[in-house]
Design a protein around this ligand. Structure first.
Ligand SMILES: [Zn+2]
Length: 79
């Protein structure tokens, strides 16, 4: 399954969701590894998500993912 990030148009072929599933389910929240933005899977496409409307648990999980992602990018760019 191919999905495009609604923020940067990055094409993800193997989607990683918070639930750890390889295929996104309706309403799943996904993190774009290219731009670091958050999308929601709906009707077969990714739509932008306003973080303010997510529950606290999801926000905390996404923040943890974003921190790890930023560290990874920082290490890569330092090489
Ligand atoms: Zn993106």
């Amino acid at each position: 399954m191919n999905t495009n990030c609604s923020h940067c148009n990055y094409k993800a072929t193997n989607h990683e969701t918070l639930a750890g599933a390889t295929k996104p389910n309706e309403g799943d929240v996904s993190f774009c590894i290219n731009c670091g933005e958050v999308n929601k899977f709906k009707d077969g496409i990714l739509l932008p998500v306003n973080m303010e409307f997510l529950d606290e648990k999801t926000k905390t999980e996404l923040n943890d993912i974003r921190i790890a992602w930023l560290k990874m990018r920082a290490m890569r760019s330092a090489k």
